[in-house]
Every structure is written in C-alpha cells, then in structure tokens.
Design a protein around this ligand. Structure first.
Ligand code: 5GP
Length: 201
C-alpha cells in the first residue's frame, strides 16, 4: 500500500486558515486532520477534540518528557504541540493528513518528516489581518498586538514553504489548496506501485 502524505498548513493567526481548512474537509472528507494539544484557554466557539485538545501545562510537559510530540512550540505564553502517534499512523495507513502549525513547528516537522509538503496561507494585506484579528472580539488589545507582532515574524518565514496561498477570496483559496493536494497525489514517488503493477502483469 502507498503511504499517505503529511501536509503542513501555516499562516498567521487571522489569515483565515481555519475557515479554508473547514471548507476543504467538506470537499475532501478523506483527508485527516491532526488535533493539536494546547494549554491556552478554550474560546467560546471551540469544541474540545475538534481542532484542539485543551490540556494543562503539567500534562503538556509530561508529553514532552515522554517524547509523545512530533513538534511543539510556545505561542503568546501557551504551549501548542502535535501528538506524534496519530500522524505516523495516518501516513502508515495510506491517508493524507494535514497538520496546522506555526512556522517553528513546521521547521521541526520538516526535519522529522522531510517527505512532506508545506503550504503558507498569506492574508492579502496587513490591514486585512488587523481587521480580522480585532473583529474576533475574543482577546484583549495586548494579546491582539502580540498576535500581530508574531504574524509579521511568521510572514518573514513564508519563503520556507513549498506553496503560498493568498486568502483574498475564500472559494479560490480552498480550490488552490485542494489543487495542491490533488497534484501532490500524482507525484511519481507516490505512484511507483502503479508502474510496477503494469510491468509485472
Ligand atoms: P490559535 O491560538 O489562534 O488557535 O493558534 C495560534 C497559533 O498556533 C497559530 O499560528 C496556529 O497555527 C498555531 N498552532 C496550532 N496548533 C499548533 C501545534 O500543534 N503546534 C504548533 N507549533 N503551532 C500550532
């Protein structure tokens, strides 16, 4: 059986990556999503176990100690990490899996799983990003400013990614991300068994 592929999706908070991913999973329900473990407080609209598992700092540090994370990072005072086991299992089972992490997490994953594809979601402008972050109304001005400063640092590292999707229009962004994933499935190294099958007939 062919192995699955790990896709990394990053983008500053407010870039709209969550909305793009939610739409993508409607079109491609066969793609798995890696649920991160995080220590920040749950927002009102969040459901535990959907995008994140909300755990304590002690639980998180225990996961680090037992080498249970593929990568982790601290972001605005909280831990965010990708549990290793579900990702490895999806790839071994031949499923494509999307991991949504920040730029530091992405760099760690590329070292662990070099055979992955990374996509950076850019906002159309910094102004749009500011408006989106303020519009959420879920965080204090200090936290919003901290997120904006992280956003600039993240955008500086967008060059490390294989693909850039500019989230100007939701429909187009979803279809671009979908195209990247579909094209990746046609890569020769993912289809060696098809060639071998014909040669062995
Ligand atoms: P938020 O608090 O807005 O949900 O996420 C903040 C940042 O953490 C976003 O840039 C998001 O991509 C990133 N993030 C989410 N999950 C993970 C993870 O498992 N690992 C790392 N390194 N970053 C994550």
């Amino acid at each position: 059986m062919n192995k699955g592929r790990l896709f990394i999706v990053s983008g500053p908070s407010g870039s709209g990556k969550d909305t793009i991913l939610a739409e993508l999973f409607k079109i491609c329900p066969e793609i798995k999503f890696s649920i991160s473990s995080i220590t920040r407080d749950m927002r009102e609209n969040e459901i535990p176990g959907e995008k994140y598992n909300f755990i304590s700092k002690e639980q998180f540090e225990n996961m680090i100690k037992h080498d249970e994370l593929l990568e982790y990072n601290r972001f605005v005072g909280n831990y965010y990490g990708t549990p290793k086991e579900p990702v490895i299992k999806a790839i071994e089972d031949g499923c494509d899996i999307i991991v949504e992490v920040d730029v530091n997490g992405a760099a760690q994953i590329r070292k662990e799983v070099p055979d992955c594809t990374s996509i950076f979601i850019l906002p159309p402008s910094l102004e749009t990003l500011k408006v989106r972050l303020k519009g959420r109304g879920t965080e204090s001005d200090d936290k919003i400013n901290a997120r904006l400063s992280c956003a600039l640092d993240e955008i500086k590292r967008a060059e490390e990614y294989d693909y850039i999707v500019v989230n100007d229009n939701l429909f187009e962004s979803v279809s671009e991300l979908c195209n990247i994933i579909k094209l990746d499935r046609l890569k020769t190294d993912r289809n060696i068994n098809l060639i071998e099958k014909i040669l062995n007939e």
